[in-house]
Ligand binder design. Structure first.
Ligand SMILES: O=C(O)COP(=O)(O)O
Ligand SMILES: [Mg+2]
Length: 224
């Protein structure tokens, strides 16, 4: 399917542009070591990513603790995790194929670009800066930039408002059901990339307008 009459593209960060799982893996296991917990593997962590730092911490603690103990250890765990994450942010992250080429192509097509991530904004901005992605985006919202985060439609509706566009003039691109649910609720089109982290669920189970192998392929399906 081709998407025409599109003016803006809203792109997810973790699992869509950058494979940040190795950063999460490093910071989480450093935090776990401080709490005298055994390391966990990267595939387990991939299943936990996508709903922001607080949710990630609760999932990571629930590997060892019951619900009451999770809340008991949560504040110290979150603080340690944030400290370790900021110290290594981007050091182990890699680009997925076609990301830069896709962004270049979208820019050539005169599409306005926004990045909407559930990553805290204080993690997202330095990472986008370090990887040279920052300047592609007119707008960047993190998981704590607005009153709600994905899968709520709020961040996508805010982007459309900022651009003075109707939601149906925008396409969201993401790796998880979180992105698709938010986009659907906002009235944006949505494309899914199959290589990220979809909460441990098969990507085919996502209700989206299609699967694209790369951002470059997505760009080829979107026109002004
Ligand atoms: O940090 C997360 O929870 C995932 O962020 P994302 O929205 O960029 O996939
Ligand atoms: Mg993602």
């Amino acid at each position: 399917m081709m998407f025409s009459g599109i003016r803006a593209v809203i792109i997810d960060l973790d699992g869509t542009m950058l494979d940040t799982a190795p950063d999460f893996h490093c910071a989480i296991n450093r935090m776990r070591e401080e709490l005298s917990l055994a390391p966990i593997d990267i595939d387990t962590i991939k299943g936990f990513v996508g709903k922001g730092s607080e949710n990630l911490m609760r999932r990571v603690l629930a590997v060892d603790y019951d619900a009451r103990e999770v809340e008991l250890h949560f504040p110290a765990a979150l603080a340690a995790y944030q400290r370790h994450y900021l110290a290594i942010n981007g050091d182990f992250a890699t680009f997925y194929p076609g990301v830069r080429e896709g962004l270049e192509q979208l820019r050539r097509q005169d599409l306005r670009l926004a990045c909407v991530t559930n990553k805290p904004i204080d993690f997202a901005l330095p990472l986008l800066e370090k990887t040279g992605l920052r300047d592609y985006f007119e707008i960047i919202y993190g998981g704590d930039s607005l009153p709600t985060k994905k899968p709520e439609p709020g961040p996508f509706l805010q982007v459309c408002k900022d651009f003075s566009l109707a939601p149906a003039q925008s396409v969201a691109i993401g790796d998880s059901s979180n992105d698709a649910v938010a986009a659907r609720a906002a009235g944006c089109f949505v494309l899914t990339v199959p290589y990220g982290y979809n909460h441990g669920e098969p990507v085919q189970s996502i209700d989206s307008d299609g699967i694209v192998q790369t951002l470059l392929e997505a760009a080829g399906r979107i026109s002004y």
